[in-house]
Design a binder for this molecule. Structure first.
Ligand code: HEM
Ligand SMILES: *[C@@H]1O[C@H](CO)[C@@H](O)[C@H](O)[C@H]1NC(C)=O
Ligand SMILES: *[C@@H]1O[C@H](CO)[C@@H](O)[C@H](O)[C@H]1NC(C)=O
Ligand SMILES: *[C@@H]1O[C@H](CO)[C@@H](O)[C@H](O)[C@H]1NC(C)=O
Ligand SMILES: *[C@@H]1O[C@H](CO)[C@@H](O)[C@H](O)[C@H]1NC(C)=O
Ligand SMILES: CC(=O)N[C@H]1CO[C@H](CO)[C@@H](O)[C@@H]1O
Length: 331
């Protein structure tokens, strides 16, 4: 109890708190308790069975959930395949590296076996992301359920609305605020980059010819020069490499820890959008305050922002549908 109280006090010190944190908005804890009582247990069990063999999928699922929520709300639209006449969110460059679609489809299939047509893909994704992070020892957050699935997925909307790695602080904050999130959500949710990987072409513009001066070491001056040189030498050996992957929190990319924030403070954030968190006084103060630990404080703040992310523009009640297969709308 004492530890928990300490965490809450520390969390309060670093900001964020709103009434919306305490309820699920239009969603409800245990929405499927009557209609599919084992739904949440099935998802959790599936994650416990499969994530240990493929722990990198946890990062992918978390990112996919984020991309889902940032375009048309958390409605599973990111999971839809394109059709003949339409390129979907999946077909946009920001999604090019989302790898968890087949995984989500399999979880959904198991849930469908138990209760056909009851549990939405948006909820399956939200639960799967939460439980996968739990399996790798990360934070736990409440996932109120009752999301309905959308029937529309447009490539252009993902292009326009998913924040990009070259964004500065002003644009990142504007992006989050356009979704009803706030500065603390930007700071804590960016902490997701403590796990997972990036492809060289997501950040190599920082390594080569950054100022246009040219020359072998024309890197982004805000990137740690030792780290930049190391990335050029051992990872992203050409400016056009789009296949090599790099751990975003080198050495602990499968562990949800404080490595991301500690790296930021050494100018080792991989993207300009990561480093941007140091460019605003309030954001920087938040980063500094969690970086020294304990990790439970970050976990608590991250969890609170995840609940907020998971509620964005959800469809409920009679809106949308319960997709039978996550990649296609019901006919
Ligand atoms: C703040 C704005 C953000 C930007 C600009 C951004 C950008 C990116 C980029 C460019 C990648 C690498 C993609 C690749 O090269 O393969 C990435 C990876 C990732 N992002 Fe973000 N991101 C942001 C926020 C978030 C949020 C809010 C979350 C989740 C809460 C998140 C979770 C992740 C994860 C887990 C990965 C690793 C994916 C994997 O290993 O498959 N990001 N992000
Ligand atoms: C969706 O697209 C993927 C990748 O192109 C494909 O493997 C999968 O079979 C498609 N799913 C459906 C239900 O059409
Ligand atoms: C942030 O980036 C945008 C678009 O690239 C630019 O218009 C704006 O001036 C930048 N803001 C700051 C404070 O650098
Ligand atoms: C570096 O950038 C400058 C300005 O954009 C360009 O003129 C030059 O050709 C670039 N050099 C290389 C090696 O790409
Ligand atoms: C990587 O770059 C090559 C050459 O420019 C291109 O043909 C290929 O489609 C790119 N791959 C990805 C995944 O973007
Ligand atoms: C997984 C997936 O559908 N990735 C697509 C993302 O978008 C690019 C185009 O920008 C496609 O080539 C990928 O297939």
């Amino acid at each position: 109890m004492a530890a928990v109280a300490t965490i809450i006090v520390l969390a309060a010190m670093v900001g964020t708190a709103s009434a919306a944190d305490e309820d699920g908005g239009k969603l409800r804890q245990g929405f499927y308790d009557q209609s599919c009582p084992r739904a949440e247990q099935i998802v959790r069990h599936y994650m416990e069975q499969h994530v240990p063999h493929a722990p990198s999928v946890a990062a992918t699922l978390l990112r996919t959930h984020f991309h889902d929520c940032f375009v048309r709300g958390c409605d599973g639209s990111v999971l839809l395949n394109g059709t003949n006449g339409n390129e979907a969110e999946k077909d946009s460059p920001p999604n090019a590296s989302l790898r968890g679609f087949a995984f989500v489809d399999r979880v959904k299939a198991v849930v469908e076996q138990e209760c056909p047509g009851v549990v939405s893909c948006a909820d399956v994704l939200a639960l799967a992301a939460r439980d996968a992070i739990g399996v790798i020892g990360g934070p736990f957050w409440r996932v109120p359920t009752g999301r309905r699935d959308g029937r529309v997925s447009l490539k252009q909307e993902a292009l326009d609305q998913i924040p990009g790695p070259t964004m500065n602080f002003t644009d990142l904050l504007a992006s989050f605020q356009s979704k009803g999130l706030e500065l603390p959500d930007l700071v804590w949710l960016s902490g997701a980059h403590t796990i997972g990987i990036a492809h060289c072409d997501s950040f190599s513009e920082r390594l080569y010819n950054f100022t246009g001066r040219g020359g072998p070491s024309d890197a982004d001056p805000s990137l740690n020069p030792v780290y930049a040189a190391n990335l050029r030498r051992t990872k992203c050996a050409t400016p056009t490499d789009n296949t090599t992957i790099v751990e975003m929190d080198p050495g602990s990319f499968l562990t949800f820890d404080l490595g991301y924030y500690r790296g930021l403070l050494k100018s080792r954030g991989l993207f300009q959008s990561d480093h941007a968190l140091l460019m605003d006084a309030a954001a920087r103060a938040d980063v500094e305050s969690v970086a020294s630990g304990p990790p439970e404080v970050f976990f608590q703040l991250f969890a609170r922002s995840m609940v907020r992310l998971g509620m964005l523009e959800v469809k409920t009640g009679g809106e949308g549908e319960i997709r039978r297969h996550c990649a296609v709308v019901n006919s």
